[in-house]
Design a protein around this ligand. Structure first.
Ligand code: RIB
Ligand code: CA
Length: 318
């Protein structure tokens, strides 16, 4: 299952969750049980329109889609994030606007995992609000997951939304704290590895030339995002394939090299809000914190193999 905040379809928002969904759909032997939506890059109303539009264009309207969280867990404390979402409500849409239904994401997550204990991998590529709510709603959810692969955090490098924090964790630190403290079998695919991936303007141009509606839509969304953020990220005009790498690592775990580490979330609202404090020194971890590792943290990635898989499973299929 994919828990996601697809900005794809709104000008000026990250199109990358859409690529991640297409990566899963294009991977042989993978069944996408469903997609649950959250706030994040955009309000959940946009996530809903974007995900459904993408699935229509991909010829996969059969994939179940469930609306989820509108806002972070602690709305009082996270007024900044709520105002971020409100500001984005008025963004020009590339996908047609649909009416947002009732939230059913948490029920769908808990019932699907309860029906197939030990068999479901959830890939969470947005803020962790829905996942935290599922853990709270059903105390067997975390233990019954086969794996929870999270695109989020930064173990050994700085953040991307602030110097300390990665965007998905920063958006809802309380949710992230609940998830990382839950005992779920977590793989963290953070900025340490995601920043090594790229999708550049020549790849976007090649996509545009493919001529299908889906390829043109994906290229249009990517161009808008590269114009705004790409140059600022690395100065090379490319975007990072964060969410696609998380999906890829869920499907082919040996794409990334991991270490079992303790990850704790900064839930204060100071400058380190949403930081994933990761203990790489085992002696200091035991001396100072006395807790065992809770996360398999991706620290290396086979970038070329991932790029080839992305080209095969996404670009070539659009
Ligand atoms: O920090 C990267 C994450 O936030 C990704 O999930 C991407 O969608 C971005 O907006
Ligand atoms: Ca995302």
């Amino acid at each position: 299952m994919i828990d996601t905040d697809p900005g794809m379809g709104s000008l000026g928002t990250d199109p990358e969750d859409g690529f991640a969904i297409l990566y899963a759909l294009g991977s042989p032997g993978v069944t996408v049980e469903g997609i649950t939506l959250t706030h994040g890059n955009v309000p959940v109303s946009h996530s809903w329109s974007n995900a459904n539009h993408l699935l229509q264009l991909a010829g996969r309207p059969d994939v179940p889609v469930h609306a989820g969280a509108h806002e972070p867990r602690d709305t009082q404390k996270r007024a900044l994030q709520t105002s971020w979402l409100n500001q984005r409500e008025g963004l020009t849409r590339l996908a047609p606007e649909l009416t947002l239904p009732e939230s059913t994401a948490v029920e769908f997550l808990t019932s699907t995992v309860a029906d197939s204990p030990g068999e479901i991998t959830v890939v969470a590529i947005g803020p962790l609000t829905n996942i935290a709510a599922a853990i709270e709603a059903d105390d067997t959810f975390a233990a019954n997951l086969d794996r929870l692969v999270i695109m989020g955090g930064a173990a050994t490098c700085g953040g991307n939304i602030t110097p300390a924090a990665e965007f998905n964790i920063w958006m809802d630190p309380e949710a992230a704290d609940g998830v990382f403290g839950s005992g779920a079998p977590i793989t963290m695919v953070g900025l340490d590895v995601c920043h090594q991936t790229s999708f550049d303007t020549s790849q976007v141009d090649a996509l545009a030339e493919r001529g299908s509606k889906l390829a043109s839509f994906a290229a249009e969304c990517s161009k808008a995002w590269i114009d705004i953020r790409g140059a600022a990220d690395d100065g090379d005009g490319s975007l990072h394939l964060y969410d696609s790498l998380a999906v890829a690592a869920a499907i082919d775990p040996d794409l990334v090299g991991c270490r079992d580490l303790l990850v704790q979330i900064e839930t204060g609202d100071g400058p380190a809000q949403g930081m994933t404090v990761t203990y790489t020194n085992e002696i200091l971890r035991m001396l100072l914190v006395g807790k065992n590792p809770n996360t398999s943290v991706a620290l290396d990635v086979e970038v070329d193999r991932f790029a080839a898989l992305f080209a095969q499973r996404v670009t070539a299929t659009l």
